[in-house]
Design a protein around this ligand. Structure first.
Ligand SMILES: Cc1cc2nc3c(=O)[nH]c(=O)nc-3n(C[C@H](O)[C@H](O)[C@H](O)COP(=O)(O)OP(=O)(O)OC[C@H]3O[C@@H](n4cnc5c(N)ncnc54)[C@H](O)[C@@H]3O)c2cc1C
Length: 422
């Protein structure tokens, strides 16, 4: 960690480094838990761009927001701002086939409710969430600092922060708690000397939005193909978000194809069940990997979201795990503040880490295992896994358990995931 003398500057209770979905939702949760008098800031160079309509965020991905995460957004006042753009997932089908197979039989299907009337997930464009939360944070008196955090020094009482560029009130600040929400390549994690365990998948996910003639009826379809999963995730209107996994070299070649040839490749996987299809935006590839921080905490520091863990999008759980971090950390901090304790103290951080580490490792291992299992090309393995899927398909109680688990509302969930205020 960079050594520098303790600086003056703005004194914050908590600073989030990173204004992605994790950093912004943590700031909003802390505003609710700590009240109006708490001094909170989110630092991100992306705040230099103005908020606009249509959304300013350039992220073309959409996320499957599980029921627990939706309850959190509801409790924080975010959901009412994005609901019009949220498509409930009413059913899900999983197939297992080779690319050239004439048919893709369904081996596993889920009906989409965790509780009567409550779908297990909604698809929401990331840009819509991002812009709604940025706007809400502004109205809730959270300082949005248009800068990167370049360095910090943790001390026994506070952490000194150094910004990459000087702001109106200087280039330094201090905080009782620093949350590293700065994504998978977290600089703060590296500065704190926290290592990671992980490996690249040599796979990339091609993401695009597709328009189609017929209604999808809220059904999500995931075709497990030898190169990786091909997911068709329903958006509002006659549109789907596609997450199409390929070996990274193949993904690059596909994206370099003329649009008409890419469309042919797409149709081979998408099928013609929804009529003619059109690619609506500029497809983009995201390299995939697995990564888990060796510790989720340091001195006055908590790692949150992708800074703590990055997983394969095979089960659409990445940001859902990040939002579970948010719910757990905000609750630990709020409970400490109500007892008059130090919100960045070791007891708070340890409680957060205990709450999140096992769940994260379990989900990370499950997604890694699924990706490997479905990546095995032998017919014998395929037969065994299809028998396994068939067994789950015939056991409604087990399916119910999986749905509740994926929705993030099984076990002892933090209050926000149960839809309760902090
Ligand atoms: C193809 C794909 C599909 C996915 N689909 C789903 C899905 O359906 N459901 C789901 O739950 N998850 C999904 N995920 C995962 C999800 O997108 C990520 O988990 C999520 O975006 C991570 O959010 P974050 O806020 O932790 O990090 P990021 O979104 O990476 O945000 C980090 C922010 O930190 C800022 N920053 C970086 N360094 C600094 C610094 N030093 N100081 C200040 N700011 C800094 C950056 O500018 C950035 O804005 C998917 C991922 C991929 C690749």
């Amino acid at each position: 960690m960079q050594q520098q003398p303790m600086q003056q500057g703005q004194r914050y209770d908590a600073v989030m480094a990173g204004g992605g979905l994790a950093g912004l939702s943590l700031a909003l949760a802390l505003r609710q838990g700590l009240g109006e008098s708490a001094r909170l800031a989110v630092a991100d160079p992306a705040f230099a761009a103005p908020v606009s309509s249509p959304p300013a965020s350039t992220d073309l991905r959409a996320s499957a927001i599980a029921a627990g995460a939706r309850r959190l957004f509801e409790a924080l006042g975010v959901w009412e701002r994005v609901e019009a753009e949220a498509q409930p997932i009413l059913a899900m089908e999983i197939t297992d086939s080779k690319l050239g197979d004439a048919a893709r039989p369904v081996f596993l299907s889920f009906d989409g409710e965790v509780e009567p009337g409550e779908p297990f997930a909604h698809m929401v464009p990331n840009a819509v969430l991002q812009d709604a939360m940025t706007e809400l944070a502004r109205t809730r008196g959270i300082d949005l600092l248009p800068t990167r955090i370049a360095g910090f020094t943790s001390g026994p009482a506070r952490t000194a922060l150094r910004f990459a560029n000087a702001l109106a009130h200087g280039a330094e600040a201090s905080a009782s708690l620093l949350a590293a929400c700065d994504g998978g390549r977290s600089k703060l994690r590296a500065l704190a000397g926290i290592g990671v365990t992980g490996w690249p998948y040599e796979q990339s996910a091609i993401v695009m939005t597709v328009g189609h003639e017929r209604a999808h009826g809220g059904k999500a379809i995931e075709h497990f193909l030898p190169a990786g999963p091909f997911a068709m995730l329903p958006l509002t209107g006659n549109r789907c978000s596609i997450v199409w996994t390929e070996e990274s070299g193949v993904a690059a070649r596909l994206l370099a194809l003329p649009r008409v040839l890419l469309q042919d490749e797409l149709e081979q996987r998408f099928g013609l069940g929804l009529g003619d299809i059109t690619i609506l935006d500029a497809p983009k590839a995201f390299p995939l990997g697995f990564q888990m921080a060796r510790s989720f905490v340091g001195e006055r520091l908590a790692l949150v979201g992708d800074a703590a863990h990055t997983i394969h999008p095979i089960a659409g759980q990445g940001i859902n795990m990040g939002l579970r971090d948010v719910a757990a950390l905000a609750e630990a901090v709020t409970d400490a503040a109500r007892l008059g304790l130090d919100i960045g103290g070791p007891d708070v951080l340890e409680r957060y880490q205990r709450w999140r580490r096992f769940d994260t490792l379990a989900m990370g291992a499950a997604t890694d295992g699924l990706n490997r299992l479905f990546g095995m090309r032998s017919d014998a393995v395929r037969l065994v896994r299809d028998v396994g899927l068939g067994l789950v398909e015939r056991m409604p109680a087990l399916k119910g358990f999986f749905i509740r688990d994926a929705a993030g509302i099984s076990g002892k969930s933090p209050r926000l995931l149960r839809g309760e205020a902090l």
